[in-house]
Structures are given as C-alpha cells and as structure tokens.
Design a protein around this ligand. Structure first.
Ligand SMILES: Cc1cc2nc3c(=O)[nH]c(=O)nc-3n(C[C@H](O)[C@H](O)[C@H](O)COP(=O)(O)OP(=O)(O)OC[C@H]3O[C@@H](n4cnc5c(N)ncnc54)[C@H](O)[C@@H]3O)c2cc1C
Length: 117
C-alpha cells in the first residue's frame, strides 16, 4: 500500500490542479484515474480566468509552451444570423485577456512525462 498525505480520485482539471498545488506545498499526493490517458474528452475551450488557475498551480508556462491554439475571444450567432464577437481583452479588469483551445487528449503528455503504468 502506498502512503500519502492526500489521495485524489480523478485526474481531470480539478484533481490535476489540486494535486499540482498540494505538491508545491510539500504534500505527498497520489492521484488515481480510472481512464487510461491520453484520451479524448470534451471541455477544451478555456476561458481567460482559467489562466489564473493554471498560473497559481505553476502550470501556465507548460500550457503556453504546448502551443495550443490561441483564443482571443468568441463569436455568437443568433437565429437572425447576427454575429456578436466578444473580445476577451475587453473584460472586467481580469489580468488575462486571452486563453487557449486545449486538446485534452494531447495535453497530458506536456504535464506528466513519467506516467506510471
Ligand atoms: C458537453 C460538455 C462540454 C464542455 N465544454 C467545456 C469547455 O468548452 N470549456 C470548459 O472549460 N469546460 C467545459 N466543460 C466543463 C468541463 O468539462 C468540466 O468543468 C471539467 O471537466 C470538470 O473537471 P473535473 O476535474 O471536476 O471533472 P472531470 O473532467 O469529469 O474529471 C474527473 C475525472 O475523474 C475520473 N474518475 C471518475 N470516477 C473515478 C473513479 N472512481 N476512480 C478514478 N477516477 C475516476 C474520470 O475518469 C475523470 O478523468 C464541458 C462539459 C461538458 C459536459
């Protein structure tokens, strides 16, 4: 049996960010994940505020290095075919004015090169 300070069930965004932050605080963390990675999963379109979470967990540099598609805003089209563009730079004062379109099925290899099998 492996001993640890914190045992996290699920290596999705919540489990990964929690684990990253706890490890930085000096805790011995074990994460278990029932699905074999890498795998496709929906939820790839990040908002600028996600950058803050990634930065707090010291993961933002890796995401930038991974060279995912830059995402500076979004466009909505209504049923009258009008298109409204939302520019992330025109936000409510948050630090980040852009984000990324992350392919989650490839993201893991940038973070955990020594995946345990
Ligand atoms: C259709 C859809 C579209 C979405 N689009 C977006 C988007 O574009 N942008 C965005 O930011 N968010 C999006 N989301 C939301 C985003 O997917 C979630 O907010 C995010 O995945 C939540 O992360 P999580 O770590 O809490 O959960 P999850 O991502 O669900 O991760 C939980 C992990 O736990 C694992 N697990 C579960 N049970 C066990 C167990 N018993 N033992 C071991 N492991 C286990 C699962 O395999 C999974 O990997 C979308 C969600 C849906 C449903």
């Amino acid at each position: 049996m492996t001993e640890c300070d914190v045992f996290i069930i699920g290596g999705g965004p919540a489990g990964s960010i929690a684990a990253g932050k706890l490890v930085q605080e000096g805790y011995h963390v074990e994460v278990v994940e029932k699905v074999k990675f890498p795998r496709f999963v929906i939820g790839e379109s990040l908002l600028p505020e996600c950058n803050k979470l990634l930065e707090d967990a010291n993961m933002l540099d890796k995401v930038i290095e991974a060279d995912f598609q830059f995402k500076g805003g979004v466009a909505f089209q209504n049923d009258a075919d009008e298109i409204r563009v939302v520019d992330f730079k025109q936000n409510l004062g948050q630090k980040w004015g852009s984000s990324f379109q992350v392919r989650r099925e490839v993201a893991r290899r940038h973070f955990l090169p020594h995946e345990r099998r």
